[in-house]
Design a protein around this ligand. Structure first.
Ligand SMILES: [Zn+2]
Length: 132
């Protein structure tokens, strides 16, 4: 494939990487937004793994390194070798998405998510306790 063609493909928001028979397809920002909205409606606006809602995320976890605030749920592919579609995707909070990376399988991370859930729920109780 010619380099100029690859550049063109990337520029319009699609990047196709071929590794033997495997193909990883990234979707454009607009396509991802559409998918995000569908998943948000389907899954009730919370992290698929730890079940935290966006409104609780910033309050409980605060800022990341460098003062960056990340509270928005992100699209996570259950199987990183499959594409971005409703069947293969769930919404994940930034903590779960970072931790899962490409190292945990979907099934493994459901277990990790359960533990993260217990931790944020404890923190939520503590935060609420301080306020009252
Ligand atoms: Zn989460």
């Amino acid at each position: 494939m010619a380099k100029s063609f690859l550049k063109f493909v990337r520029d319009i928001g699609f990047y196709i990487e071929e590794k033997g028979v495997k193909a990883t397809i990234k979707i454009s920002r607009k396509e991802k937004e559409k998918l995000w909205n569908k998943l948000y409606k389907r899954d009730g606006g919370k992290c698929h793994y730890c079940e935290i809602e966006e409104k609780d995320f910033a309050e409980i976890w605060g800022e990341f390194y460098g003062g960056k605030k990340r509270g928005k749920l992100e699209v996570d592919r259950k199987d990183n070798e499959k594409g971005y579609n409703e069947e293969n995707c769930v919404l994940s909070c930034p903590i779960c998405n970072n931790a899962k990376s490409d190292k945990f399988t979907y099934e493994e991370f459901l277990k990790v998510g359960h533990v993260i859930k217990q931790i944020w729920q404890q923190r939520k109780k503590k935060t609420r306790g301080k306020l009252s």
